[in-house]
Design a protein around this ligand. Sequence first.
Ligand code: ADP
Length: 250
Amino acid sequence: LKDGLREAEHANTVKSQFLAMMSHEIRTPLNAILGMQELLTHTPLNSTQASYLQTATLAGNNLMALVNDILDLTKVEAGKLDLEDIPFNVIELTQLCVQLLTVTAEAKALKLITIIDPELMPWISGDPLRFRQVLLNLLSNGIKFTEQGSVTVTLSSYASTDSACALLVEVIDTGIGIPEDLQAGLFEVFVQVDPSDTRKYGGSGLGLAISKRLVTLWGGQIGIDSTPSVGSRFWFTIGATVVAPEQSLL
Ligand code: ADP
C-alpha cells in the first residue's frame, strides 16, 4: 500500500511538473503571436480584416489567461509557488484594482463602490501581486455575473495590534447568485454553476480554485454567502504584518 501511495504521489508530481513546463513553453510562442497581432492592428486593414484580427486577439488573450491560470495552479500544487513578503499599501492597491475594472462596470451601468475601514493601517507586508490577483478575480466575477445594481468592495481589519493585523476583504454583488448546494464546490478546479457559463460569460472555472490556493498559502480563508437572484458575497481573510510608511519607502 505504501509503495502504491508513493507511486501515485510521484505520478501526480510528474504530471504537475509536465503541466507547468508545457504552460511555460506555450506562453513563449503565444506571446509572439499576440505581439505580432498587436503590430498588425497598426497597419492599414480593411474592416473585414480588422474584425478577423479582433476575434483572433480576443481568443489569443483568453488562451493566455487560461495558460497563466494553469501555470499558477500547477505551481501551487507542486509546492513551487512562494509568496513574496514585501511592504505595500493595501488601500492603494485595492483602489487600483477597482479603477482597473471601472470601464467594464460602467459598460454594464453597474455601480462600483469601495468601502474602507478608516481604522485600517494601509502599509502591510505581504504579496501585492497575489493580493491583486485574488481581488481582481472576485471583482471581475462580481461584475461578470451582475446585470444591474452594484458591486461593492469592503476592506476592513477585524483584529489588529500595532504590528499585525487580520484583513477581511469582501466583494458583494447584486447579481445572479449561486444555489447553496453548489457554493462549496466552486473552489474546485473547472467548476462552474452552469455548464453554458463558458460560452455565455467566458472564463474556465479556474479563478476561484486558484484564489483559494493562494489565500490558503497565505494562511487565510476564503468563502461565500449567496442567494440566487439576490446576489453574492465573496470574502477572504489574510494575516499581515503592519509596517511603518518610512520602512515601506526603504
Ligand atoms: P470563471 O469565472 O473563470 O468561470 P471562477 O472559478 O472564477 O471561474 O468561477 C467559477 C464559477 O463560479 C463561475 O463560472 C460562476 O458559475 C460562479 N461564480 C463565481 N463568481 C460568481 C458571482 N459573483 N456570482 C455568481 N456566480 C459566480
